[in-house]
Design a protein around this ligand. Sequence first.
Ligand code: CUA
Length: 344
Amino acid sequence: ITALVLGLALAASPGQVGNHVLDILNPSTSYNREVGYLLRWVLAFAAVVFVVVTGLMTYVTLKFRRTGRETGEPVQFHGNDRIEVLSIIIPTLIVFIIFGLTAQSMFKLDRIPPGAMTVEVKGWRYWWDYHYPEQGIRNSSELIVPVGKPLVLEVTGGDVIHSYRITSLVGTQDAIPGFTTRIIVTPEKVGDYYGQCVELCGASHANMRFRVKVVPQETFDRFVQEAKAYQAPPPSDPTLAKGESLFKANCAGCHALKGVSPVNPATLQNPDLTFFGNRTTLGSGMWPNTPQYLEAWIKDAPGLKPGIRMPAFPQLSSADVKAIADYLLSHKLEGLDFNFPESQ
Ligand code: CUA
């Protein structure tokens, strides 16, 4: 009974990370509605089985308990064909019904709706990269998508096996190097969604988080237009000029920044920093993207996120670090803010 009550209590309360409420039954996508529908069928069968089995056990225990008035041996018999046949047929039927419902949902969820948009998702230790092949843009760590648009996320891994999960939107899909899996989902509500790698992939697996920003179509169109046209502005003051030369000397070998350091096989293995000022989080979803956190990150990233490839920069002075941080934050698509009050 304790286990039952505890199980029900846990099932009824969605998880929470920061201000993100994680709820797989949140009906904000057709995917989760379908999963919720299946779950209710399975729970309904489980409830019937539970009531019948515990009911019969209680009945038998009470009816045939020792009363002290027994005389001699009870009636001896072997087996009961009718009960045995029923106890095979009924569970088999239940399994077939659940199988049928599941297969039906799987076929339904695996159909690509017309007008779907493709985004290539690549998992690296310990962050996620996004390529929009139709729009020709790249963004790292935060996925920005329009509301109401069917999405085909083509998921793969860059180094080891990861797994991509946006709890309140859609189920899990493994990110395997050399292999592409697919997530089909239509986000139906504008908001900031929490995502997490769910395959143990190394020291910072638990820190391999991300955000999905579901934005109105106009915002997305503007994002695409500005991202495509983006030109890194020339440094407008001495601090930014210093930041740029420090960035070129220390960061450009690993990170692409359109107009400053190119996309190449090396920079493709690390987060793109082109419009870093628009990121709402830092360290792949770990902290808010503020100057304070960013400076601490540049100084000692592996101290904040164990196991990452980015080295610490103890040789940089506080002024140097501040200049790089200011420089990165100055790269921004104008008029776009992806901080949403609605968190899921
Ligand atoms: Cu990537 Cu866990």
